[in-house]
Ligand binder design. Structure first.
Ligand code: HEM
Length: 127
């Protein structure tokens, strides 16, 4: 008997929906849009690869880009505590919009909240 991964339970279609809903919010967020590219197609493609493996699915991110080293890859971007909070708020709303519920949602959100805090690399400043 094979154990289902969180990726199997969410499924590719729902993950795609979640990422789309998430970047629509990021691209419109006053605290986030200035640090992201105008066209989020490629960002969303990489994030889908990353979250696929984060959830236990195929290792597409690592195959194409190497070890994620996420904190290092975020160093060029000024990630303040309030941007981390904004990122998580976009994710929370995207989860609602996509109808992600229950333990799986709570576990994913909790893990993402830890990863997001780990990405903070810049003290708060007024914009
Ligand atoms: C890339 C911001 C948290 C995963 C990026 C980029 C920005 C950014 C500006 C570059 C986009 C581009 O040029 O295409 C933020 C902010 C965060 C945050 C403000 C708030 C804490 C996270 C978290 C994850 C994550 C929690 C993991 C779930 C990624 C990935 C990429 C990326 C996989 C693409 C890296 C690559 O170029 O290969 N992020 N990020 N980020 N972020 Fe984040």
């Amino acid at each position: 008997e094979q154990t289902k991964t969180p990726y199997d339970i969410i499924g590719e279609a729902k993950l795609t929906e979640l990422i789309h809903a998430f970047y629509t919010r990021v691209g419109n967020h006053p605290k986030l849009k200035s640090i992201f590219p105008e066209d989020l197609t490629e960002t969303a493609r990489k994030q889908k690869q990353f979250l696929t493996q984060y959830l236990g699915g195929p290792q597409h991110y690592t195959e194409e880009h190497g070890h994620p080293m996420l904190r290092a890859r975020h160093i060029p971007h000024e990630i303040t505590p309030s941007r981390a909070e904004a990122w998580l708020n976009c994710m929370d709303a995207a989860m609602d919009e996509t109808g992600l519920e229950g333990e799986l949602r709570d576990a994913l959100y909790y893990r993402l909240s830890l990863t997001a805090k780990h990405m903070v690399n810049t003290p708060e400043y007024d914009e």
